[in-house]
Design a protein around this ligand. Structure first.
Ligand code: AMP
Length: 550
């Protein structure tokens, strides 16, 4: 790794990025910045959103810029309007202390005349989407004859979105002596063809693994019959009260349908797809960014411009056909050092596709049953009570209202009061899930008892003292560690006891597999345990626990 540090940059730039909180270069920056500054060759970089890629090409470009230049010296091409605005904003921020550097974004869906005015005033760097950029070049409003830098950011996305012809035209028009920098999260054949045809002996730079997008993500799949897909989605949302998620669908129609159904049933959701106008898309994306929406149902293309870093879950309502799309989708969670969860809802004939995806991505995708109604209710109830416990009480303000309220409620005892308050919030779940059935599809025989998805060992814990002669109701819990992680019945029981800080809670049957475990626990403690396990680690591995169905 290079020993490059930001103090090697101009003080004006160093100062600006320090203000933005950049202390040390990210891995990709540590590699690209000294290379771009010290050498003159082209650059081919594997880089994903969230790795600091804008500064990776932007800082050395600005370092060498000639302020006051009215004819552009650099052109950055990127796939979406949102990314275009973001890059232009970032470059402006990095160079805010250098007078005479002007960054102009140009993109479709916005008045071209206004963009022409900005270009006429002078642009040191232009950031554009391919269609609009080519349009401006063809109208002789954008002069790229003097550019020294040509950046292709998210090249794979630009090609996926059908911009090949525009890219070819721009690349052919740009002066031959320019320096080309291509950044891409994946390197399919089409991207390599661009590199081969339009770049000269590029240096290849990759920080970390090429597909590092899924590194901090735990991958799961649920299996249901196709008509139960929507029900499975709702249960996944309901068992995760603090979920903040994108649900990916395959088509616009499906996206609309799923979002409409969710909204009709009272979920805080909306749809993002290509049939919406730009203004509508901006509106939905903004609500999602501000967390006014909990669930965004989207197509792959529409979700591209959305850069939200703290998603808790990515849900694949349908599996994508392409491995790259799976990696891209799931890489949207687990960013910025956080752990994310990716859940794919599949039907019983898609097991093979899960295995293929595992092989292609090098990640294990673990079976997770769709939770049953009772466990969802427990989780929601626990969450509700937890919220109530943590609610701040403004003593002074409510003091004057209390006497009347106390009088009105004086006939109720504590138990009754608690039941009523909880029911007020909770009846929707209770009513809905009262008769909810098990919707998990049978895992096909091939993957069944003899296959590797079934638990390897079953252990019946000797029944403890029966409290008051009544049998204990158990909840079945899934845990993402198994024999491979040195889990055995004794270790699991210790883990549970330590997590609950109580050794007297009854544990039932334990099923251990190589990579995961199931166990039963007294239902009254199940929610607390699942919550605490999800905060804990075992042998350095972040634990993931959830409710399982029998
Ligand atoms: P990007 O991959 O360019 O979209 O950057 C992702 C986020 O990381 C942006 O919010 C940047 O402002 C931020 N960022 C980029 N480089 C650094 C750095 N060296 N230190 C801290 N944050 C950074």
């Amino acid at each position: 790794m290079s020993s490059f540090d930001f103090s090697a940059l101009k003080p004006e730039i160093h100062e600006a990025i320090k203000e933005m909180g950049f202390e040390n270069p990210t891995p990709i920056q540590a590699l690209t910045i000294p290379f771009i500054l010290e050498q003159s060759r082209d650059l081919l970089a594997f880089a994903q959103t969230g790795t600091g890629k804008t500064a990776a090409f932007g800082l050395p470009m600005l370092q060498q810029a000639q302020p006051g230049n009215k004819i552009p010296e650099g052109l950055v091409l990127c796939p979406t309007r949102e990314l275009c605005i973001q890059i232009a904003k970032d470059l402006s921020n990095y160079s805010k202390n250098i007078p005479g550097i002007h960054i102009v974004p140009v993109y479709g869906g916005e008045s071209i005349e206004r963009q022409m005015v900005h270009l006429r005033r002078g642009a040191t760097f232009v950031v554009g989407t391919p269609g609009r950029t080519l349009d401006l070049i063809n109208r002789s409003r954008l002069d790229i004859s003097k550019i020294k830098w040509l950046v292709l950011d998210e090249a794979d996305e630009m090609l996926n979105m059908g911009f090949k012809e525009e890219l070819d035209s721009i690349l052919e028009t740009a002066p031959a002596e320019r320096r080309t920098m291509l950044l891409s999260a994946t390197m399919p054949r089409e991207v390599l063809a661009i590199a081969k045809n339009y770049m000269h002996d590029p240096e290849e730079i990759s920080a970390g693994k090429k597909n590092s997008g899924t590194e901090n993500v735990n991958h799961f799949f649920c299996m249901v019959h196709a008509p139960d897909r929507f029900e499975a989605l709702k249960r996944i949302i309901d068992i995760n009260p603090n979920l903040y998620s994108i649900v990916f669908c395959r088509t616009r129609t499906e996206t609309k349908e799923v979002a409409d159904h969710l909204m009709q049933e009272g979920y805080n959701a909306d749809a993002l797809h290509g049939d919406l106008s730009q203004a509508q898309r901006d509106y939905v994306m903004n609500r999602f960014r501000l967390r006014h929406l909990q669930v965004l149902v989207a197509t792959d293309v529409a979700a591209r411009g959305l850069d939200v870093t703290d998603l808790t879950h990515i849900i694949n309502y349908n599996l994508p056909d392409d491995r790259e799309v799976y990696i891209h989708r799931t890489g949207r969670t687990g960013r910025a050092g956080k752990t994310g969860v990716a859940i794919s809802i599949i039907h019983s004939r898609e097991m093979e596709r899960i295995r293929t995806l595992e092989k292609l991505t090098g990640r294990t995708i673990t079976y997770m049953p769709v939770p049953d109604g009772r466990t969802i209710c427990e989780k929601q109830l626990f969450n509700l009570v937890d919220k109530m416990e943590n609610t701040q009480v403004n003593e002074e303000e409510i003091e004057s209202f209390l006497p009347v309220i106390m009088k009105k409620l004086s006939w109720m005892d504590r138990d009754e009061l608690i039941k009523k308050f909880i029911s007020m919030e909770f009846n929707r779940f209770l009513d809905y899930y009262r008769d909810a059935s098990n919707i998990n599809a049978q895992i096909p025989r091939k993957y069944d008892s003899k296959g590797k998805d079934q638990p390897k060992g079953t252990f019946e814990i000797k029944k403890k003292r029966d409290r008051g002669g009544q049998g204990v109701a158990f909840s079945r819990i899934f845990l993402n560690v198994g024999l491979k992680n040195n889990i055995n019945p004794k270790a699991l029981i210790s883990l549970i006891n330590e997590t609950l800080r109580d050794r007297s809670i009854e544990i039932g049957r334990i099923d251990l597999d190589r990579k995961f475990s199931f166990f039963e626990i007294d239902s009254r403690f199940a929610s607390r345990l699942v919550g605490a396990l999800n905060e804990a680690s075992y042998n350095g591995m972040k634990l993931q626990a959830g409710f399982a169905t029998d």
